[in-house]
Structures are given as C-alpha cells and as structure tokens.
Design a binder for this molecule. Structure first.
Ligand SMILES: *Cc1c(COP(=O)(O)O)cnc(C)c1O
Length: 341
C-alpha cells in the first residue's frame, strides 16, 4: 500500500474516483449483506424512483489523518442517525445505524491510499446516500433501494488563505415550515441551484435564507448553518425546525461552551439584529467554519467588524479547536473520533 501520487495541496472540491465503494441493495423488505465493489457505475431502469420523483437522501463526512498517523472519522454515528431521520421523512427504508458506521469504516479502509497525509490540509470526503431504484410512475415510494458510499479526496478549504465571504439575503425560500428543510435530501439542493447561480452571477458567494413565514428571521445558507458572535462575546446560533441540524455546528457549540468557556445562545435570530454582531461564520463539514465579512440585504450592507481580510478572533478559536480535535492535536470528547486504522 502506498499513498496515491496526488498534489494534495492543490486539490479542489471535486470528484476524484477512488478504488472501492460500498453497496447494499434493499429488496423484498430487507437490506442485503452489502459489499465493496470497484464498479463506479450504476445502471438503473429509465423509470427508477429516484429519477422520476427525486426519492434520495444523503450524508457527507470526512476521514482525516491524525498527527500520530491514524486514519479517523468524526462522529459518524450522528451521520447515521441523521440519515435515518432523512430516510423516514421521504419513506425510504432506514439503513441500520450500526451498519452505516461499519460501511463508512470499510469504505475508508479500502481507499486508505487516498486519505490525504497529515498537514496537507486535504481530507477524504465520504458520501453515503440512498435512492429508489425500481420503476415508479404513479406517485408512491419505491419498493427497491440502493445504499452506497463512495469517497473522494478534497483539497484544503482555505487554499491561498482565508477570504471572508460576501452573502446576500435571498428573495427565494429554502424550506417551508413543516417541509423538508431539516433533512439532508437532494431535493433541497435542486431547488437551491437557481438561487446560487444567480447569487454568483451578481458577485455573491452564498444566499442567506430567511424563514418563509415572516421573512424576518435568519435560517441558513444553501449548505451551511450560521454561527454569530455578539459584540459582548456570546456565541449565537439560529434555532428553527426547518434548519438542517449541522453536525459541525452542534460540535462547535460544544467546543464554545466546554473548551472555550463561552456563553452560547441557540434561539431565533432576527435579520434586524445582525448589525449588532461582531463576527459571522458558516459551518459545515466542508470548511468547518468560514468567516462571513458582509451580508447584503437589498442594497443595505451589514459589515461585520472582523472585516474582509481575516476571520474574527472567536471564529478563529472555534476553527482551531475543532480542527485540532479532528486531527488529534487536542483531546476529543468521548465518542467523537472513530479510529479506522
Ligand atoms: C449538510 C448541510 C449542512 C452542514 O451539516 P454538517 O453536518 O455540519 O456537514 C448545513 N446545511 C445544509 C442545508 C446541509 O445540507
């Protein structure tokens, strides 16, 4: 076994095919035993449920090489339980949580040569997902499904240094009250594509979505939760039933309280309060936390004091502590690190 000859530091966030993926099929009411395969291609009937009515849910997590040379993943049990709730909401059969974690371990171990070395800044992104495979034309759940896990090495997020983001308040909505905003489903991303393309065309990095009912409260962006730091040093994060429960955000909140001794408020956050915040960050598996320098609300600019050149001091501490835990430099809370080898 030898590490692949990849220019880790210059990898982007794109698909690089690796050697093995895990596949299990659901038929006649149960999941088969599952296996690793080299075949990266899926052959589906033209009428497959996923193709007609978007019956698919997914997860995203990473494998890291730690300072002492182990390969680990971060809290895969939470991805397992979130995939379970996503599946239940879309009438997809649940893939058992213990088997989910085992599939992650098997897939990463089989692609160990693609796990970027410690210090490269790169990581191995892991994508588990489930989709309806049999023909469905009348609107109903599929009877047959595939659970699959593939991996792809991804580059350092802050390549070329930190660049605080500029985001706009979107006129589109992301998730209706009592809708599907709290689950990780492809359908939430399909309908965000137009909003993100138009944001990019107008020079913004991301969209801030408001609660559709009152359009006064901050929800999240298309793929990351918000964390704010108030001018009196509190960590504030929006609470809403239609936000995707980010594992990174939940972990950062724990870090803020237990490692940094900060006060944390999880509550409704009004757009009108943002001008009183000192720092703003977007959190998710991809970047851990990326700083936001400016939010533009229809011509009205909200500029955070941390500015457009660097991240704020609390954001930086949160980032350093969580990545330190993930890379094995800082002791992790019980159960956060799953050692693969
Ligand atoms: C995946 C995702 C996040 C981030 O969740 P993590 O578990 O931290 O990666 C945030 N918002 C949305 C809409 C997502 O799909």
């Amino acid at each position: 076994m030898a590490k692949k000859n990849i220019d880790w530091a210059n990898l982007g966030f794109g698909y690089v095919q690796t050697e093995k993926r895990y596949v299990s099929n659901f038929k006649n009411g149960s999941w088969d035993e599952g296996t690793l395969t080299s075949d990266a291609t899926i052959t589906l009937n033209e009428c497959a449920g996923v193709l007609q009515y978007a019956q698919t849910v997914f997860e995203g997590l990473k494998a890291y090489t730690t300072e002492d040379g182990h390969i680990v993943t971060f809290r895969p049990d939470l991805n397992a339980s979130r995939l379970k709730s996503s599946a239940e909401r879309l009438e997809i059969p649940v893939f058992p949580e213990d088997r989910f974690v085992d599939a992650i371990v098997q897939t990463v171990a089989a692609n160990e040569d693609y796990v970027p070395p410690y210090g490269s800044g790169a990581t191995l992104y892991i994508r588990p997902y489930i989709f309806g495979t049999n023909p469905v034309i009348g609107v109903k759940p599929a009877d047959e499904y595939q659970f699959r896990v593939f991996t792809t090495p991804v580059g350092p997020y802050f390549k070329g240094g930190v660049r605080p983001l500029t985001i706009r308040v979107s006129d589109f909505d992301r998730a209706a009250p009592h809708g599907t905003g709290h689950i990780k489903a492809g359908l939430n991303y399909a309908m965000s594509l137009h909003a993100i393309v138009s944001a990019h065309n107008e020079g913004y990095d991301e969209n801030l979505y408001l609660d559709p009912a009152t359009r006064t409260k901050v929800e999240e962006t298309g793929g990351a939760n918000f964390i704010f730091v108030s001018k009196d040093g509190k960590v504030v994060t929006p609470k809403s039933d239609s936000i995707l429960p980010s594992i990174t955000r939940r972990s950062l909140i724990h870090v803020a309280k237990e490692y940094l001794g900060l006060e944390v408020e999880e509550r409704e956050v009004y757009l009108s309060e943002l001008k009183d915040m000192a720092e703003c960050g977007l959190c998710g598996t991809a970047a851990v936390i990326s700083p936001v320098g400016k939010i533009v609300d229809h011509g009205n600019e909200i500029c955070f004091p941390s500015g457009m050149n660097e991240m704020g001091p609390v954001t930086q501490k949160l980032l350093n502590t969580l990545t330190g835990i993930q890379m094995g430099r800082i002791e992790a809370p019980e159960g956060w690190i799953k050692v693969i080898k």
